[in-house]
Ligand binder design. Structure first.
Ligand code: PRP
Length: 211
């Protein structure tokens, strides 16, 4: 019998792209295209079981072994530092983590910087590396509003097209790190289902080379 690989996919547009890559790599699961509210799909012939999870939860499933592998944004990996193997850069879902502020913003030497973000860990590490004192205001979304209302001086957030910043009169002040989607694996799955995981990686690699 074929080894069954449990794969956590990030729900949404990125996840659909990721599934298409896995399908082309030979790990197809036609039932996944059915519409409805079902979250788990499997194809025993291809040795694969997919489940859709919230993008920020993929690494949790993989770390705990509920999924053998998954695809998560580098932002999530940097923020939560899950104990997983980061195997492969899929080169999709590209964006960057950046500091943004109102036009003309400058750091002040004598005031503690107030930073609004969803990514507190990334923010803390970034400013610690710069030796700058900050106060973090942790928000859960619509971060761009914070500097407009005077809740913070800057934000740390994901910038993809830059449209959200532009439409809220903000601009990138500094880029922290480029982000893209990564294939991750549970550490013990990598040991015990290594062959199947290697086959997926090889398939993804071939398809990248075709581009
Ligand atoms: C993300 C991010 C920015 C936006 C950037 O928000 O937080 O707000 O996308 O994309 P852009 O540069 O192409 O405009 P998301 O849609 O994930 O919602 P959020 O408000 O929950 O962060």
């Amino acid at each position: 019998m074929k080894t069954m690989l449990n794969v956590a996919l990030p729900k949404g547009r990125l996840g659909e792209k990721v599934y298409a890559m896995f399908e082309r790599a030979g790990f197809e699961c036609p039932s996944i295209k059915e519409t409805g509210r079902k979250l788990i799909f499997e194809n025993p012939e291809a040795g694969v079981r997919y489940f859709w999870v919230k993008p920020s939860d993929v690494a949790i499933y993989v770390e705990h072994g509920a999924a053998d592998i998954g695809v998560a944004g580098k932002d999530i990996l940097l923020e939560y530092e899950p104990d997983v193997y980061e195997l492969y850069d899929l080169d999709i879902g590209k964006c960057r983590m950046a500091v943004a502020a109102k036009k003309g913003f400058r750091y002040s030497a004598d005031k503690t910087l107030r930073v609004a973000t969803k990514f507190s860990n990334i923010t803390r590490n970034y400013y610690a590396s710069q030796g700058r004192d900050i106060d973090i205001i942790h928000l859960n979304g619509s971060i761009e509003i914070a500097p407009i209302l005077g809740l913070s001086d800057v934000i740390v957030d994901i910038v993809e097209t830059g449209t959200t910043l532009k439409e809220n009169d903000l601009e990138v002040f500094e880029t922290i790190v480029p982000i893209s989607a990564r294939l991750i694996a549970n550490k013990s799955s990598f040991k015990f289902k290594g062959d199947a995981i290697e086959r997926i990686m090889a398939g993804l690699e071939t398809e990248k080379a075709d581009k």
